[in-house]
Design a protein around this ligand. Structure first.
Ligand SMILES: *Cc1c(COP(=O)(O)O)cnc(C)c1O
Length: 231
């Protein structure tokens, strides 16, 4: 037993889900706190996009998965600026760009490394004190500076509804994120074209897809409950 779901359950859940997804939606399988064997099972069921929350944990897994070179790695958890270099070295996507300071640091290390990772701006569509992310006014102010960061391909928004949001609230948040992306695109920034929406987790992904999500980040639905973090 390596996850709370059996190998066969994981494989079936992935196949069923992939068959039901619109072609515009990418499944990012979230494997934080799960062993590499789970990644192998998901890979063999057809998944190529994996999401991890912690840089060090992902680096250790990547070292074990060198025989799986066509995985695209997505960082989905909060990133401290002092880990920006490692993040750019080890992830093709960073969904959790939650401040201008972090974006500028990522841009700087990407330039030094000769890379141009894909990025999503993490936005708080409604106030949510426990979470990091741009609030809406802050994002508006930051857009001209973000547009200057030519070593980052900022092409998406990520939004996570606050804990205990009702389905109506969640729907409004996801639709608001889609409208925000449209509004940014109408501003015609040369280097900020938002065509990806990283919206939807296990509890809310059908609402996210209905609102226009292009990347759903699913852990529990595929693998069962995760082991809890050690204190
Ligand atoms: C853990 C996590 C997920 C996956 O959550 P599930 O509810 O298990 O699907 C998605 N996105 C982020 C940012 C996460 O931290």
């Amino acid at each position: 037993m390596i996850a709370t779901a059996s190998d066969q359950q994981i494989t079936e859940r992935i196949r069923d889900l992939q068959a039901s997804l619109p072609p515009t939606v990418t499944l990012v399988a979230v494997t934080k706190l799960l062993p590499v064997e789970v990644i192998r099972i998901a890979y063999n069921a057809g998944v190529r996009h994996f999401g991890e929350s912690r840089v060090q944990e992902a680096i250790a897994k990547q070292a074990d998965l060198q025989d799986y070179p066509d995985i695209t790695w997505h960082l989905i958890g909060h990133l401290q600026t002092n880990k920006a270099r490692k993040a750019v070295e080890h992830f093709q996507w960073i969904h959790s760009i939650d401040s201008l300071k972090l974006a500028e640091r990522l841009n700087q290390v990407a330039a030094e490394l000769g890379k141009c990772p894909h990025g999503c701006l993490q936005v708080k569509m409604v106030p949510d004190p426990p979470k990091t992310g741009f609030d809406l006014a802050e994002l508006d102010t930051a857009l001209p500076a973000l547009n200057q960061l030519t070593h980052l391909n900022i092409c998406g928004l990520m939004a996570i509804p606050p804990q205990a949001s009702s389905p109506d609230d969640i729907q409004r948040i996801f639709e608001g994120a889609k409208q925000l992306a449209d509004r940014i695109n109408q501003s015609n920034f040369a280097h900020l074209k938002i065509h990806q929406l990283s919206l939807g987790m296990s509890g809310d992904y059908p609402l996210a897809i209905a609102a226009g999500s292009t990347m759903i980040r699913l852990g529990t639905t595929l693998f069962g409950p995760r082991p809890s973090l050690a204190p």
